[in-house]
Design a protein around this ligand. Structure first.
Ligand SMILES: Nc1ncnc2c1ncn2[C@@H]1O[C@H](COP(=O)(O)OP(=O)(O)OP(=O)(O)O)[C@@H](O)[C@H]1O
Ligand SMILES: [Mg+2]
Length: 238
């Protein structure tokens, strides 16, 4: 399953957030989407997951035209979006938040959801030690793990992650990125990783997309982007 974005333009009223973007996300890859504040990264993810409508252009997931579907249909197609800002239900416990992630599957296969929850506890032991703790009492990093874990419960084929490293200590960031890389290998899922933390993201990615004011200025091998100092200086600022 390859994600194909063709001539995608997205507006917020008079503001053009994404301008005529074209790129492919190959199956089983980790693709890092990087760019400055306001470059259009979150808008891109929100549009892929159906939360925002494109102005023009196509988003294809094999034969499915995602730009015509509702969010619910997109989730059922195996595409899960973990938005910016550690979004968990703060009044609920860790276990309850994870159970919510299984809502789309539980009607058909409850045992599978339980197995997926057990896997998340294995992946993030800190969550396993805090099953009954309310989400609003978790640390920032734990909350981010919970948001990612909840996304994983539905066993996505395409995982859209919006700045999982935001506000986290460097060590926790590295831990989460390593976990993502291992998870990608073991499940074969495709990951679209939006990050300000460009180098950490590119290190686990196979390809990178650089957005500059809504334009795709680079879509290349992650290693090539990391090794090109002129390009890094021009678009990533160092
Ligand atoms: N709901 C909205 N209404 C109006 N403008 C919006 C809306 N959402 C985003 N924008 C604008 O669209 C542009 C792209 O925003 P977006 O959130 O996609 O950027 P981003 O790359 O995710 O930035 P950041 O790194 O700060 O999260 C910005 O200029 C922003 O102000
Ligand atoms: Mg954003």
């Amino acid at each position: 399953m390859t994600l194909r974005v063709r001539g995608l333009t997205i507006d917020h009223g008079a503001i053009r957030a994404i301008s005529n973007a074209t790129f492919n996300i190959p199956q089983g890859s980790i693709t890092a989407v990087i760019g400055a504040n306001g470059a259009g990264k979150s808008t891109l993810l929100r549009t892929i997951s159906g939360l925002k409508r494109a102005t023009s252009g196509n988003i294809l997931w094999e034969e499915l035209e995602l730009h015509r579907l509702q969010t619910e249909q997109i989730v059922r197609a195996g595409i899960v979006h973990v938005p910016e800002g550690r979004s968990v239900v703060t009044e609920l416990t860790v276990a309850e938040n994870l159970a919510l992630g299984g809502i789309w599957r539980s009607r058909n296969n409850k045992s599978d959801v339980l197995a997926a929850i057990a896997e998340v506890y294995e992946l993030f032991p800190r969550l396993g030690e805090r099953k009954k703790q309310r989400a609003d009492t978790l640390s920032g990093g734990e909350r981010q793990m919970l948001a990612i874990g909840r996304g994983l419960i539905s066993r996505p084929q395409l995982l859209l992650l919006d700045e999982p490293s935001l506000g986290l200590a460097p060590l926790v960031v590295e831990q989460i990125f390593q976990t993502l890389a291992e998870l990608q290998k073991s499940t074969g899922m495709t990951i679209l990783l939006v990050e300000q933390n460009a180098m950490s993201a590119l290190r686990i990615a196979s390809q990178g997309i650089v957005l500059d004011q809504g334009q795709v200025v680079i879509a290349d091998d992650a290693r090539a982007i990391m090794n090109d100092t002129a390009l890094r200086y021009a678009y990533l600022g160092y």
